[in-house]
Design a protein around this ligand. Structure first.
Ligand code: SF4
Length: 304
């Protein structure tokens, strides 16, 4: 079992995904971007206090070229610092990328660092009409561009990177079975090319996917993708995580609030700054890991 901690460093977003708290037209969100000093402090807490050496950086998806470049530089600097202080793996989820942006990333990371860097980019749905309904069809919002999103993974791999995290979002209306099959085919394309493939299948809180349906979907994906690494997201409760842990390869405890980690027992998950709200009051990542029924967790040094 692997782990990583999600670290949201900005909630500023130019896209309008219907189900997301961070959509640009949501007036109730207080927009925040962490500075370098705060991000570094967060990484030190995750590494030295939580004893976890894998992280996933997240931001909203920007549209204007200058904003995109600013966001990309913030991410690059954060990843470089993470590697400097000993993180073994860094995921990042900032939306689709142009070929020029992937080229910048490729120039910034050397051959020994590239395998440690995972592009997280979920297509969310492979159904074009559902995509347009839930994620927009206005090409000025970056996420609304279905093809740009899908092609980013190919561009990433063409530039010599070897790890991806793809996925679908469950809980909104579309032919689910078709989507699951499309996800499996997409993942298998990269598994057969010897790429390290992570697969994420989060579900929307309060959406149409019950626990039983979710378990069935997870079992289907697990059996179709024995070589992919299935990620169980931070959205689920500890009891549900323990219920389905055997189907997964990765668990990611944390919060979708901006730079939420401290030395306190609980971590914040405020509706005015988070991407989504978890039902239970969320404990620190290492405490959650200690509550999970799993003997060895890679990237986590449990303190005795
Ligand atoms: S899902 Fe991502 S791109 Fe869409 S509104 Fe939320 S943060 Fe922005």
């Amino acid at each position: 079992m692997e782990t990583f901690v999600p670290l949201y460093i900005s909630n500023i977003c130019d896209s309008s995904c219907l189900m997301c708290n961070l959509r640009r037209n949501n007036p109730n969100v207080k927009r925040v971007e962490a500075n370098t000093e705060i991000i570094r402090r967060q990484l030190k807490i995750i590494k030295d206090f939580e004893n976890i050496s894998a992280v996933c950086f997240l931001t909203g998806e920007r549209s204007a070229p200058a904003d995109r470049l600013h966001n990309l530089k913030l991410i690059i600097n954060s990843i470089k610092f993470a590697f400097e202080i000993g993180f073994k793996k860094a995921f990042f989820n900032i939306g689709s990328l142009t070929a020029g942006e992937v080229r910048i990333l490729s120039q910034e990371f050397n051959a020994s660092e590239k395998p440690k860097l995972v592009l997280s980019l979920f297509q969310e749905t492979y159904d074009r009409s559902a995509y347009s309904k839930y994620f927009g069809n206005d090409k000025s919002g970056s996420k609304a561009d279905y093809d740009k999103r899908l092609s980013t993974i190919d561009i990433w791999v063409e530039h010599g990177f070897s790890a991806i995290d793809i996925g679908i979002l469950l809980g909104f209306e579309r032919p689910l079975e078709d989507d699951i099959n499309a996800l499996i085919a997409h993942a298998n394309k990269f598994v057969s090319a010897s790429i390290e493939v992570y697969v994420s299948t989060p579900r929307i809180k309060g959406g149409s996917v019950s626990d039983d349906t979710y378990k069935m979907v997870l079992k289907q994906i697990r059996s179709a993708l024995p070589k992919a690494k299935l990620i169980l997201t931070t959205r689920e409760s500890v009891s549900f995580i323990n219920d389905v842990i055997d189907l997964f390869d990765v668990v990611s405890p944390g919060s979708s609030d901006i730079c939420p980690y401290s030395y306190d027992e609980y971590i914040p998950n405020n509706v005015s700054t988070s991407q989504f709200i978890i039902d239970e009051k969320r404990l620190r990542p290492s405490v959650v890991l200690d509550q999970i029924n799993c003997k060895n967790i890679v990237h986590y040094n449990k303190q005795s």
